[in-house]
Design a protein around this ligand. Structure first.
Ligand code: 13P
Length: 297
């Protein structure tokens, strides 16, 4: 009924506002089992349910995490998972004043394959010229080959992202999506992963200009992913974007840029859990301050 719909709408808007609250952002811990396996392998652990559980328990029980983290994105397995002392991970997050969320995408699919399986629907969603550009140059920031000229590269990324975001918002509007109830999780306009010049100020300028061109101010929160940036780089870029007021809550939804040091510090050893949680809290705080434009290093 309409009443039910209205209450869902209120809930959506309130949730979006809560997640986009000042000085807080999202902990992305929605690594699929395969990706989680890669992370665990990097510290010499096997990809078992018990190891994934131990790691996720460490993350969600870090004391006071909710001061800097407003939401956590979970992989489906974690939605039903308990932490090592048997409490549901979802409940532990709520106790920490963190909104639990769920990743619903089914992973990366090459566009040509996706087009075949979805037929005309995807074809109309992505204009052929755009598809061509994306397929030719890669949308993922890894391994972009021509990294010697960060400005050229930033400009190219900006052009492609403008087209992609135009399409995204066109279809959101077509499908009656309520902009006040969404959070957008885009990548920043960054140089290719191998480029030495990380160009913080240019990244901030290009990314803000992209937001201004494409994102209605009604969207309450822009929660950037870190996309392979180093922890410090992701922090500096966010801080640079928040030096002047803007209509949105410009914040973070980082996985690697929050977890890298934490994971290494843990190394799968129970005696390192506290130090690993401290490392997570350091990164969380280090991204909370830039959300307010107040990071000083
Ligand atoms: P990274 O911050 O590691 O790029 O991950 C973001 C992400 O999309 C996970 O939800």
């Amino acid at each position: 009924s309409l009443t039910v719909r209205a209450s869902y709408a209120d809930e959506l808007v309130n949730t979006a506002k809560t997640v986009a609250s000042p000085g807080r952002g999202i902990l992305a811990m929605d690594e699929s089992n395969a990706t989680c396996g890669k992370r665990l392998a990097s510290i010499g652990l096997e990809n078992t349910e018990a190891n994934r559980q131990a790691y996720r328990t460490l993350l969600v029980t870090a004391p006071g995490l909710g001061q800097y983290i407003s939401g956590a994105i979970l992989f489906e397995e974690t939605l039903y998972q308990s932490n090592v002392d048997g409490r549901k991970i979802v409940d532990v997050l709520v106790e920490q004043n963190i909104v639990p969320g769920i990743k619903v995408d089914k992973g990366l699919v090459p566009l040509a394959v996706q087009m075949m399986s979805h037929g005309a629907k995807v074809l109309t969603a992505l204009p052929p010229a755009l598809l061509h550009t994306i397929n030719r140059e890669h949308v993922l920031p890894n391994g972009v080959p021509w990294c010697a000229f960060p400005t050229d590269h930033l400009h190219w990324t900006f052009e492609v992202a403008q087209k992609v975001w135009a399409e995204v918002f066109f279809y959101l509007a077509e499908n009656n999506v309520m902009f006040v109830g969404i959070l957008l999780k885009p990548s920043m306009v960054t140089p290719g992963a191998e480029c030495k010049d990380r160009a913080t100020q240019q990244v901030a300028d290009y990314t803000l200009s992209l937001l201004q061109r494409r994102i209605p101010p009604a969207v309450p929160g822009i929660m950037f992913l870190s996309g392979g940036q180093s922890e410090v780089e992701a922090t500096l870029n966010l801080n640079a974007m928040n030096q002047a007021p803007n209509p949105w809550h410009v914040s973070f939804s980082y996985a690697r840029a929050l977890q890298n040091t934490c994971l290494k510090t843990w190394g799968g050893q129970p005696e390192n859990v506290k130090a690993a949680q401290d490392a997570l809290l350091i990164r969380a705080k280090a991204n909370s301050l830039p959300q307010l434009g107040k990071y000083t290093g």
